[in-house]
Design a protein around this ligand. Structure first.
Ligand code: NAD
Length: 464
């Protein structure tokens, strides 16, 4: 029942979508492939408007927008189109002897009408990447972009309404804390895909669980950037600086803080400073490649961190333009709020360590980060970090770019997320894996039927 429509607040066109789905329109291979093609055309058509919108919302340069919002989406659509037939094919599975003569398979079935909720920081791709998975898996979708990036939210709405019927895909706008609970209350969605903060993610999980709606949560955390004594410092500095200061630090997989071996700290900090100068010039405020903080609330939150330690580089800010310079800090107490909260901004606290076990003392203060990056030339160190830090996904001698590999699941662990997506994993997230066994009728093992006897039991014990 369209209670939302009646209330006159938000209209998810849920009943039309349910009907569209129930008639099986979204299921066939041909339909899914055609919709992916349409989505690609939509992104191509709206490319300039997307760039303008992300410039307005976050002062992103066109290159950054292409790299992190448009290019990744196009590449994901192409990947889905090339693999769709294979993904949709039932997967043959072995059957134990005791169940013969049978064959087994997994059939990937669409879930129905799904709700996708995006966050503000990559305001285009974090809505459209999951949408690709929803389409590939044969679902109908409602997209709810973040109200904190209103220009991009409007472009998404225009783009989707230009290219898709509301009975298949549509957009809902508004303040999340009002709109989302209302949507979840009024409609029985078949999956909720949420990208955002752990606090809101947890409230989504509670609401969805009440109705037994499955969900994926793509959340955040404090991801460490670890630099070992054996690291190639120049390249480590370049890769870490890019990952930290892209989007002015408002990236869920940014290296939130640095853990540098004490023997290379001075040399590494020098490399970071010279890299910052190369990337953003002497005055990052005038660089066309340096972003701005999304709103006043986040600007004030991040600015307050500047008082929690010693600034060794940067520290300038401008409230009018919500600019905060790339900033390096030392002597930050472990219990400072900056070390208890996800920084999500361009402030980088640096800590040193001597023995590798000390790294865990830091990472366990904020356990289960979304990402982790280790820069080292030592295989033993690489193994130690991968095996002992519990993180969603990460890189060795790189940062952030694991997210760009379609063949790796992208998601958090525990408090940084539940479930994952990208490539086949997106298809799987929006599908129900239905296990089906087919048994021949020419033979029927009589042992399994009553009346039971000691003889039957002894045979069953041998077979099972
Ligand atoms: P947020 O949780 O404030 O908002 C995310 C979405 O939820 C928005 O669409 C918003 O409208 C909606 N929302 C807000 N309050 C709500 C409520 N009470 N009930 C229901 N919905 C509500 O997150 P944000 O500030 O937009 O994004 C920053 C956070 O997202 C960071 O923690 C970051 O690490 C995380 N993030 C994670 C990923 C990932 O892929 N894992 C990607 C980007 C951002």
């Amino acid at each position: 029942m369209e209670t939302m429509q009646a209330a006159g607040t938000v209209n998810a066109h849920f009943a039309e979508k349910q009907q569209f789905f129930d008639h099986g329109h979204s299921r066939s291979y041909g339909f899914r492939l055609a919709q992916l093609k349409i989505l690609k055309k939509a992104v191509d058509t709206y490319e300039d408007q997307i760039c303008e919108a992300t410039k307005t919302d976050l002062n992103k340069s066109s290159t950054e927008t292409f790299m992190t919002e448009i290019g990744v989406v196009k590449s994901e659509i192409e990947h889905a189109m090339s693999n769709l037939r294979e993904w949709m094919r039932p997967e043959q599975r072995p059957t134990p002897l005791s169940l013969h003569p049978s064959s087994s398979r997994i059939v990937y079935e669409p879930k129905g009408v799904v709700l996708i909720i995006g966050s503000f920081n990559f305001p285009f791709q974090l809505n459209i990447m999951p949408l690709i998975g929803a389409i590939a898996a044969g679902n109908c979708a409602v997209v709810k972009p973040s109200e904190l990036a209103p220009a991009t939210a409007k472009v998404i709405e225009r783009m989707l309404s230009d290219f898709f019927a509301v009975s298949y895909i549509s957009t809902v706008q508004g303040e999340g804390h009002k709109v989302v609970p209302e949507l979840l209350e009024s409609h029985d969605f078949h999956h909720v895909f949420f990208t955002g903060s752990p606090a809101v993610g947890s409230s989504i999980a509670v609401q969805a669980s009440r109705k037994l709606i499955p969900f994926t949560l793509e959340l955040g955390g404090k991801s460490p950037g670890i630099v070992d004594a054996s690291a190639k410092l120049k390249v480590a500095a370049k890769r870490l600086v890019l990952a930290k200061f892209l989007n002015a630090g408002q990236t869920c997989v940014a290296p939130d803080y640095l853990l540098v071996h004490e023997s290379v700290k001075e040399a590494f900090v020098k490399e970071v400073m010279s890299t910052l100068k190369k990337f953003y010039g002497k005055d990052p405020a005038s660089s066309k490649d340096y972003g701005r903080i999304i709103n006043v609330r986040h600007f004030e939150r991040i600015k307050a961190y500047l008082d929690e330690g010693r600034i060794i580089h940067g520290g300038q800010y401008d409230a009018d333009t919500r600019y905060i310079a790339p900033t390096l800090m030392e002597d930050v107490p472990r219990d400072a709020s900056m070390m208890r909260e996800e920084i999500f901004g361009p402030i980088w606290p640096i800590f040193t360590w001597k023995e590798r076990e000390e790294i865990l003392e830091y990472t366990r203060l904020n356990r289960y980060p979304l990402a982790c990056y280790i820069f080292t030339s030592s295989k033993a160190m690489e193994k130690y970090i991968v095996d002992s830090v519990e993180f969603g996904g990460g890189c060795i001698n790189n940062a952030l770019l694991h997210v760009g590999n379609h063949d790796l699941p992208f998601g958090g662990v525990q408090s940084s997320g539940q479930g994952n997506y990208h490539g086949w994993h997106s298809f799987a997230a929006f599908s129900h894996a239905k296990g089906v066994m087919k048994t021949a009728t020419w033979f029927d093992i009589w042992l399994k039927y009553p009346p039971f006897s000691k003889f039957k039991l002894s045979w069953l014990k041998r077979l099972m």
